[in-house]
Write a protein that binds this ligand. Structure first.
Ligand code: FEO
Length: 399
């Protein structure tokens, strides 16, 4: 064993990498893995902050024992009960039966519900503190970021925010654990994919929570997934601020569903016309090929959205339907929307996207363009108009 990864004198990262699991929450692709971060405060009193998923319990316990030897763990702080973090609680209790389980009132309902754990509970309320010696933990109850029991733990001596899922992202840690040790561009994309798909629905609550921390000095942000923000915690804080306000950059995402390539032709033509109108950030996704989590992440980034579909059994193409449903569920706001598609006899694709447009209340751009059998000269003219109008809007009207 030589797992020690100190963050400071008395504080250790005891997270684990998971490169085996294919899908997070059994749905979101983990092409580059994920971490379950946990932290150990090895002070006069010993505290663990969150645990790890059940598939990594043995490694997790080994890491703890390497640092504390035969000593007891005094406190286990549970910031969040989702099983990717609570999955090793029972094992911790079995190993250190006197450990006090620190959580808020709602935490304990989940603890009993998932694991039948009801003993040694130590309830904390907003602003309560636990002194460990040098380190001192203060609790912020932050419900619905993104579960009802979620809370954050602020270490008041060194100003460290243990933020549970907030500020975290997909991607295993390949060596470095701090922001200044890694290539940030990969992690920033994966943090946005995590935010937009897992937390984004709760953006108004995230925004209110961020306001509560505006006047709190934070020297480090230590989430339960991904890198630890030590050099520049303001970077990730500012990203969250921007994403939770639905602020977006200049660029257009085109998402389409096609069976035999006619709707795809229209998507390519739109992209060419957007480019001719000065748009540099253009992302095209075939909804059948790209997992919707990547599409949603790009929608969270750019102002313009153009959705196209072949008609399919009198409605929208199934892969596009999944994207529409996820957008609606996520509550993403303040985007420009264009619509196009292709039909052969009854139609239904464009009509269904238009129904979606009415519900979602994004700003609608130009008229929908619907080709019949395959796009013709008239359709290409209409697509040119749509692209031109979209380009003007995203360039001239910040969202
Ligand atoms: Fe990483 Fe909400 O669990």
């Amino acid at each position: 064993m030589n797992y020690k990864l100190p963050i400071s004198d008395k504080l250790h990262w005891i997270g684990v990498n998971d490169r085996e699991t294919h899908l997070f929450e059994n749905f979101w692709p983990l092409e580059k893995g994920v971490t379950y971060n946990s932290y150990l405060v090895n002070d006069e009193k010993i505290a663990l902050i969150d645990t790890v998923k059940f598939n990594k319990t043995d490694l997790y316990l080994e890491k703890i024992k390497e640092i504390i030897g035969e000593k007891d763990v005094d406190f286990l702080v549970i910031n969040h009960m989702e099983p990717d973090h609570s999955g090793s609680i029972a094992a911790v209790i079995k190993m250190w039966p006197n450990v006090k389980i620190v959580g808020n009132k709602k935490t304990f309902g989940f603890l009993k519900g998932f694991y039948e754990i009801t003993d040694n509970l130590y309830e904390v309320k907003e602003g309560d503190e636990i002194n460990l010696g040098y380190h001192n933990l203060k609790f912020f109850i932050t419900p619905m970021v993104h579960w009802p029991e979620t809370m954050m733990t602020y270490e008041t001596t060194d100003k460290i925010l243990f933020s549970m899922d907030a500020f975290g992202g997909f991607g295993a840690l390949d060596g470095g654990i701090f922001d200044f040790e890694v290539n940030l561009s990969f992690y920033e994309d994966e943090i946005r994919r995590y935010y937009s798909n897992i937390v984004g629905k709760y953006s108004p609550i995230v925004q209110r929570t961020l306001q509560r921390f505006k006047d709190v000095e934070i020297s480090m942000i230590a989430p339960t997934h991904g890198i630890v923000w030590k050099e520049s915690p303001s970077t990730i804080f500012n990203y969250y601020d921007k994403w939770s306000r639905f602020e977006a950059e200049e660029g257009v995402v085109i998402v389409y569903g096609t069976m035999y390539g006619n709707t795809a032709k229209m998507a390519d033509y739109l992209a060419k016309e957007l480019s001719r109108n000065g748009i540099k950030n253009i992302k095209i996704f075939d909804a059948s090929k790209t997992h919707l989590s990547y599409i949603i992440s790009e929608l969270w980034k750019y102002k313009g959205v153009i959705i196209g579909s072949a008609a399919y059994n009198t409605t929208v193409f199934p892969a596009v339907e999944a994207v529409l449903s996820k957008i609606e569920n996520s509550g993403l706001k303040n985007r420009y929307l264009g619509v196009f598609g292709n039909k052969s006899w009854s139609g239904g694709g464009v009509k269904t996207i238009m129904n979606f447009a009415e519900k979602i209340k994004w700003d609608f751009v130009a008229s929908p363009v619907e080709a019949t059998y395959s796009p013709k000269e008239k359709d290409y003219k209409e697509l040119s108009l749509l692209a031109k109008e979209m380009a003007n809007l995203v360039k001239n009207n910040p969202k």
